[in-house]
Design a protein around this ligand. Structure first.
Ligand code: R5P
Length: 263
């Protein structure tokens, strides 16, 4: 792997091999998502606790202070909104040149395995990896499931993650599922897990992160379960404790409730 690409990736996946990415790119197809209506207000208090943030260029430009110096994972695919039945009709909507100009640490695009536009999304991934290799920019492939959340089983996600890796993605974002270790085993690049829709309790989301790490995920790329929590800062601190300090969900829950970190 070229030095520049390794260096960028190392800004995201930290020296312990793990990462807490804060996902806030939802607006690219969902519009003003609940609790992300004013991105700057949502993001600012969380930035000190995020190893990277996943956002679009619109949010980078308008809502992230350049001096915050937080690594950016730039969402570069899009083209369908939640009002469309088929969410899979995406293209690359932000150029590699723009990603370099924004000093992104990685670019992210969705692939839609089994969906109407599976082929286009995979060709998009291959091209993006070629462009990324040219300039030293890591590519994160997101194994999107559209509106069909029931697709999140190990067989489907294992297939999607492996295809992403075969196309050259440098890391992959997917969903946690039963038998997640099988998804990890058959994917030769690092995996991070999304949180998905807000779970009933904070402990449920902490459990998800804990199980994912136990089964081999390198971290999380979590959004709604952090910033839709009643205590977003406590929540991201709890997630950090699980990802970077091997805390248990119960220990992490103390942080969500306002307790002190382990060390
Ligand atoms: C979805 O495609 C977006 O890329 C989100 O970044 C992703 O779903 C992660 O956010 P959440 O934890 O809210 O699911």
């Amino acid at each position: 792997m070229p030095w520049g690409l390794q260096n960028r990736l190392a800004r995201i996946i930290r020296s312990d091999g793990h990462t807490v990415m804060l996902a806030a790119d939802h607006g690219y197809f969902l519009g003003p998502t609940h609790k992300l209506e004013i991105p700057r207000k949502t993001l600012e208090p969380l930035l000190p606790f995020a190893d990277a943030i996943m956002v679009t260029r619109g949010v980078v430009r308008t809502s992230v202070d350049p001096a915050a110096n937080v690594p950016i994972v730039l969402r570069v695919s899009g083209g369908a909104s939640v009002l469309n039945e088929d969410l899979s009709n995406e293209k690359v909507t932000t150029s590699m040149k723009e990603a370099v100009r924004l000093n992104a640490s990685a670019v992210a695009l969705s692939i839609f395995i089994g969906a109407a536009h599976e082929h286009d999304s995979l060709v998009n991934l291959g091209k993006l990896v070629d462009e990324g290799e040219e300039v030293g920019m890591p590519v994160l492939a997101v194994t999107a499931v559209g509106k069909e959340l029931e697709k999140r089983d190990a067989r489907y996600l294992g297939l999607a993650c492996r295809i992403a890796a075969e196309f050259g993605a440098h890391f992959v974002k997917t969903y946690f599922c039963e038998d997640f270790s099988k998804v990890v085993e058959s994917c030769p690049v690092p995996l991070v897990v999304a949180g998905g829709p807000k779970l009933e309790t904070e402990l449920d989301a902490l459990d998800l992160a804990y199980e994912a790490i136990q089964e081999g995920a390198r971290g999380v790329d979590m959004g709604r379960n952090i910033w839709q929590s009643s205590n977003p800062v406590g929540m991201i601190r709890g997630i950090r404790a699980i990802v970077h300090e091997r805390s248990t969900p119960k220990e992490a829950l103390d942080l969500v409730k306002g307790g002190k970190p382990k060390k």
